[in-house]
Design a protein around this ligand. Structure first.
Ligand SMILES: NC(=O)c1ccc[n+]([C@@H]2O[C@H](COP(=O)([O-])OP(=O)(O)OC[C@H]3O[C@@H](n4cnc5c(N)ncnc54)[C@H](O)[C@@H]3O)[C@@H](O)[C@H]2O)c1
Length: 260
């Protein structure tokens, strides 16, 4: 832990940041970033062991309050109980990061009902359940930041119809939440990461990896800290006039020029 490249500020002093899917990967990188900037953290994941380890390490590293709760974001009763628990404990969710997501890639003929449902349920329904659960409190307090995870794939990607539908759905959900919260100090934005150095990318063979990286105008992958930086900005008070956007954090891969 304590992996921050940039100077630490107190941008999130006194703020509670709730992050789904935060036991590993981008969720954990964002938790580290928000903790470094003074936030109290409410972390959830379905991987209990990794979640408790992450929560313990962040608490020790930064000396900030961190709760780690096992919540399956596809279950609205678990989500509602989690948020109600925070709001009843003299705290409030100032920032919600809808990060949990899974992939079950296949061509359309081979995607099972279960693969379709699982991907939509975690990414899209989970984001809906969590956003709905925090919205009334944010509205009542006149302040809120919702940052949800789309993907560069949201525009369409071979072999990912379930994932693309979920990630395009995040764009529509975000733009609508932005309208519904606009008069009460609530912003809603999405991040569309490109190729980020995560275990999934590392597990690819060299040829497939090189082919993908060759499509990135910057010719390299992103680091989880690049995503954390973007999330922290969108979640900050400074981003007050930015709402309903999809921020590509992808080294330019989404620009789409054929001349590279
Ligand atoms: N890694 C990338 O390059 C990349 C690119 C584009 C978009 N994204 C998106 O960013 C987000 C994070 O990606 P990542 O690479 O860190 O993923 P990851 O698989 O490393 O981590 C996802 C976390 O979500 C948790 N999770 C899964 N189902 C859950 C559920 N039902 N309830 C609660 N938690 C659950 C997992 O246990 C895991 O800890 C995802 O939404 C993903 O689609 C990632």
């Amino acid at each position: 832990m304590k992996t921050q490249k940039t100077p630490v500020t107190g941008r999130f002093d006194g703020r509670t940041v709730a992050i789904t899917g935060s036991a590993q990967g981008l969720g954990l990188a964002m938790a580290d970033r928000f903790a470094a900037e003074g936030a109290s953290l409410a972390l959830v994941d379905v991987n209990e062991t990794a979640l408790q380890k992450a929560a313990d390490e962040l608490r020790d590293a930064y000396g900030i309050p961190v709760s780690g709760t096992v919540v399956d974001v596809t279950d609205s009763s678990q989500v509602n109980a989690w948020i109600a628990g925070i709001e009843e404990s003299d705290s409030a969710v100032d920032v919600l990061v809808n990060n949990a997501g899974i992939i079950r890639d296949n061509r359309i003929e081979r995607i099972t009902d279960a693969d379709w449902d699982a991907v939509i349920d975690v990414s899209l329904k989970g984001a809906f359940y969590c956003s709905r659960a925090v919205f009334a409190g944010m509205r009542a307090r006149g302040y809120g930041r919702i940052v949800s995870f789309s993907s560069m794939s949201w525009r369409g990607n071979f072999g990912q119809s379930n994932y693309v539908a979920a990630k395009a759905g995040i764009v529509g959900l975000t733009r609508t939440l932005a309208l519904e919260g606009a008069r009460e100090g609530i912003t809603a934005n999405a991040i569309a990461p490109g190729l980020i150095e995560t275990p999934m990318l590392a597990s690819m063979n060299d040829a497939a990896r090189d082919l993908l990286i060759g499509k990135v105008p910057m010719k390299h992958t992103g680091d989880p800290s690049d995503i954390a930086e973007a999330a922290a900005f969108l979640a900050s008070e400074a981003a007050a006039f930015i709402t309903g956007v999809v921020l590509d954090v992808d080294g330019g891969i989404s620009i789409g020029s054929s001349i590279r």
